[in-house]
Design a protein around this ligand. Sequence first.
Ligand SMILES: *Cc1c(COP(=O)(O)O)cnc(C)c1O
Length: 489
Amino acid sequence: MNFIETRGNDGRHPETVSFSEAILTPISSFGGLYSPESLPKLDPSFFTSQLDSDYKTLARVILASFNIDIDATIIKHALDLYDSFDDPSNPVPVTKVYDDLYVSELYHGPTRAFKDMALQPFGVVLSAIAQNRKERYLILAATSGDTGPAALETFKNKTNVQVACMYPEGGTSDVQRLQMVTEDAHNLKVIGVKGDFDDTQTALKRLLASETFKRTLKQKDVHLSAANSVNFGRIIFQIIYHVHSYLELVRQNAIDMGEKVYLDLPSGNFGNALGGYYAMKMGLPVEKILIASNSNNILTRFIHSGHYDLRTLSVVQTTSPAMDILKSSNVERVLFDLFGAERTKDLMHQLDSDKCYQLTTDELEQIQSIFAADYCEDDEGIAYIKRVFDRGYLMDPHTATCFKAYETCRDKPLKTIVYSTAEWTKFSPVIANALTGEIDVHDIDALKSIAKVADITIPSMISELFEKEIAQKTVIEKDAIEQEILAFL
Ligand SMILES: *Cc1c(COP(=O)(O)O)cnc(C)c1O
């Protein structure tokens, strides 16, 4: 399968690229993204035939249907990483919470957030390609908390790949920071940056555009890549768990094969939602995809009105920080898939120059036939965490936003799959607040009080973090990042 460009071709980039090229250089003509030329079709007999498959088998079959230029042995090796999840026979458990609401838990990997679902296998694939090509890569990552630990974990000790990961000093939870600064491997560099996440991300973009930086990398024979969520190498692994979760509902006798369901997910950069959209287009019986947001509700406004408007908004900090985002990059791939390259280029150009765009009535109808959306304020989220806990289920603040969409966005009595994107251990102060009312406690105290109230144990990979040695001590001003990374190389 080949990949084509969401904003059309500028005559300088290749018009189509292979999967491996799309993931090594994810940005295409006019700043667009690579998208699959066509999607494989999974007919009803496919789902029946996979009903008894375990996660890795299902993944292998779906990936094979994409016919990508990656050796089967590398794919096998990549998928074997799901063996390190809590239950190797079922890395993504699906739990019934209400009669018509099931939670698909995507956080049972090494860093306890759903970024592992894609970044774990992606790391294996990317470093295998780098090795085959005998090229060295520098992977840059700016993180607000979950991508950083997952990227470090997957690339640690990999040959031909070095990672420089920047996080805002003071802007992550204790657990997230410890997950990064206790990583000790020769090919990893973790840099605390003084400032907030926007400062960190701006510094990263400046670096990606810096001529001296690129020249120096070239002299050292190092290629530059990024592990961010527009990389199709991550998206492809995010199609699989939607199919798996659906089949789980069939296996649990919650639905009959072929019955439609709602997918309900906490959305930031729209990678999870895009995976669901592709699964639906490939044939998964989905009624609608519910897009849950926090008070950074640009996606809710967009799906309600067709108006994507950045002009009057600025990012506000919430208790679900992985969704504190206004430029939701993967929306572009849906626009391209529905309206074509010319229109997508036009809309994205308007977003760059005017900070907004407006869909036509017909375009909006198409979007609304696939997506519905609502947003959940922090205090509502806290109330959902408490209410759902009282019914016997513990969830994190990102997952909580889905319960609002579940209540307001469905117009048919169909089963709903809510995606849980983080374990309670990653955002414990908020959850402790919801369950016990305590405020401003440190992670370690919050973890202990939740463990007590909920009568659960803190997973060892989290409790051990507080004992580990700090291996990464660099904290610098944002102007010093370039020098720091060059010294690391
Ligand atoms: C990254 C992340 C999200 C948002 O996912 P997208 O694919 O970017 O929409 C939601 N919840 C958590 C905990 C995350 O880490």
